[in-house]
Design a protein around this ligand. Structure first.
Ligand SMILES: NC(=O)C1=CN([C@@H]2O[C@H](COP(=O)(O)OP(=O)(O)OC[C@H]3O[C@@H](n4cnc5c(N)ncnc54)[C@H](OP(=O)(O)O)[C@@H]3O)[C@@H](O)[C@H]2O)[C@@H](O)CC1
Ligand SMILES: Nc1ncnc2c1ncn2[C@@H]1O[C@H](COP(=O)(O)OP(=O)(O)O)[C@@H](O)[C@H]1O
Ligand SMILES: [K+]
Length: 492
């Protein structure tokens, strides 16, 4: 039966381990394949009752096995079905060979498939086992199906999409619907994979939850389940000092807007007090624009050190529009016993000696959140960035472990990762969030959460989610000012 889309995400390697454990506990693997293939045929009939023909493209592994089961079920329902196989079906093994025997008709080779109007393509070429770029004959079929604009139902994943990374290996199908089994894989949520799946259905093929739970790591889709236990930190009835004091560092006189966006977002996101810390040259520009946000003159490391005697300032945002990299370095190192969101220039400031920053924040509970976009990530973690074998999730986790910081690796598929290995993929950000100052707003929201005492991972994950919600609420064409105004209360 279809299950509610649960928040957990499993990698193809975890899926294999689950599969092995299921077999060890006596679960019949052919029954799982039958359940999977039947779910695909049910989706095909439900979505395309008027289809003239279902064309099932079957690969050389168990994904192909699911395809043969689907073909047999569609045929039994009275539909017209054609099967085209990649490779010689006589070489199929195990459950896939049995499924092919159950189909029982002579199939045609894949290369002989000529798409025709009215076809519904069922893509059972490769799923979790795709290990390299798809062969040329497969790529040619993908292009032919694409140019005819035929609907494609993908079994487990659109063939060509790497389930671990979401990257396309050579070429891929662009599915209108994907039926996956048990839980989503990273490739369903990471880009570009997410855009190639169409609507996504997660079907429960009957592997017990206990086996699934034993093999799932700390990866999930970002959502309230991650911080529900921490939402009390944002109690709106609390005294303003209890709701936290956030400080944001301003840039110079010609670059004050970014920090004000962070500060405004921090206030709207629930910090009790927000202070903009500004060098004297930028005080007038800031004073002319501030009302609820307070202003404090901080011009150098000495002034900051004296200000830090006030222990009520719980969290800081450093980087948006800041400009002066040497001062940013000094400030970040001075702040190492406070919660800090380091963004933009604050990140770039450490490009020549990242370990200086990482060592400064290595002690105690994680209290540094870094919010790099691709370029900033590559500046701080060039070797991790350059490793083509790593997914965006792998890269974010490796960076978090090395830096002792929560990493918010931004983009349309922002990944939030903790040094303890937990990670979340965010999916609620509309494309129009890519606007000047949007990242500054995000830094302010996360800063507000830290100021209110939320742990770093939860603060960051909740911040990214609220930022996405605000983007959806403000709508297409938003500016960063609209975004701050659209921040909604954090759901309990
Ligand atoms: N786990 C479960 O519980 C359940 C899993 N189920 C289903 O099993 C699927 C996973 O099956 P799978 O492991 O057999 O992998 P699959 O995607 O069929 O591909 C492997 C084959 O492709 C080949 N191959 C790979 N890349 C290639 C390339 N570029 N070009 C050419 N060949 C290439 C590879 O060959 P090799 O790399 O060994 O040369 C091998 O022959 C999963 O997605 C789901 O649909 C369901 O039945 C329900 C229960
Ligand atoms: N295509 C996209 N879809 C959704 N969100 C996006 C997209 N591109 C960027 N974002 C989000 O917009 C924000 C941009 O931040 P950033 O790159 O720091 O820009 P800026 O410095 O202009 O504020 C990030 O939160 C990022 O995740
Ligand atoms: K597939």
């Amino acid at each position: 039966m279809p299950v509610d889309r649960d928040d957990s995400i499993i990698t193809p390697a975890e899926m294999s381990a689950i599969d092995r454990d299921a077999a060890l506990s006596g679960i019949d693997s052919f029954r799982l394949m039958t359940s999977a293939g039947t779910a695909v045929s049910a989706a095909a009939l439900r979505l395309y009752p008027q289809a003239l023909r279902f064309v099932v493209l079957c690969g050389p592994g168990n994904n192909g096995g699911d395809g043969y089961i689907a073909a047999a079920a569609l045929h039994a329902s009275g539909a017209q079905v054609a099967v085209h196989a990649l490779g010689d079906p006589a070489h199929l093994k195990g459950d896939a060979a049995r499924a092919c025997a159950g189909w029982g008709h002579a199939g045609e080779p894949l290369a002989k498939y000529r798409p025709r109007p009215g076809d519904i393509v069922i893509d059972a070429l490769f799923g979790a086992g795709l290990s390299r770029a798809v062969p040329d004959e497969v790529a040619a079929v993908m292009r032919a199906v694409g140019s005819e604009q035929l609907p494609v139902i993908a079994v487990d994943l659109p063939s060509g999409v790497d389930g671990r990374t979401g990257q396309v290996l050579g070429e891929s199908f662009h599915a209108s619907h994907t039926v996956t089994f048990m839980a989503r894989k990273p490739g369903h949520l990471l880009l570009p994979g997410r855009t190639l799946c169409g609507s996504l259905e997660v079907f429960d093929i009957g592997i017990p939850q206990r086996i699934l739970a034993a093999h799932t790591s700390g990866l999930s889709e970002n959502g309230p389940h991650l911080w529900a236990g921490q939402a009390h930190a944002l109690d709106p009835s609390a005294h303003k000092f209890k709701r936290g004091h956030l400080a944001v560092f301003s840039g110079g006189p010609l670059a004050t807007g970014a920090a004000r966006l962070s500060a405004a977002a921090g206030l709207k996101a629930g910090a009790g007090l927000v202070t903009l810390a500004s060098a004297s040259a930028a005080l007038d520009a800031n004073a002319a624009h501030l009302t609820a946000v307070m202003l404090k003159e901080i011009g150098d490391a000495g002034a900051l050190a004296r200000w830090l005697a006030d222990k009520r300032i719980g969290a800081f945002v450093l980087g948006p529009g800041f400009g002066d990299l040497e001062t940013a370095r000094q400030y970040a190192l001075l702040l190492n016993d406070r919660a800090l969101v380091l963004d933009a220039d604050g990140i770039t400031a450490f490009k020549d000696d990242p370990s200086l920053l990482f060592e400064a924040y290595a002690q105690g509970e994680t209290h540094l959140v870094m919010t790099p976009h691709d370029g900033e990530f590559a500046r701080l973690f060039p070797d991790i960035d350059a490793d083509p074998t790593l997914s965006k999730v792998d890269r974010a986790i490796a960076a978090a472990k090395r830096s002792h910081a929560v990493i918010v690796y931004k983009g349309a598929d922002t990944v939030i990762a903790s040094p303890d290995g937990r990670a979340a993929i965010n999916t609620n950000a509309p494309p129009w969030l890519a606007t000047a100052g949007s990242g500054d707003t995000l830094a302010g929201i996360i800063g507000a959460h830290l100021a209110q005492g939320m742990p770093a991972f939860e603060a960051a994950a909740a911040g990214v989610w609220r930022h996405g919600r605000a983007g959806a609420k403000a709508g297409e064409g938003l500016t960063a000012e609209d975004l701050a105004a659209a921040i909604e209360p954090l759901p309990a």
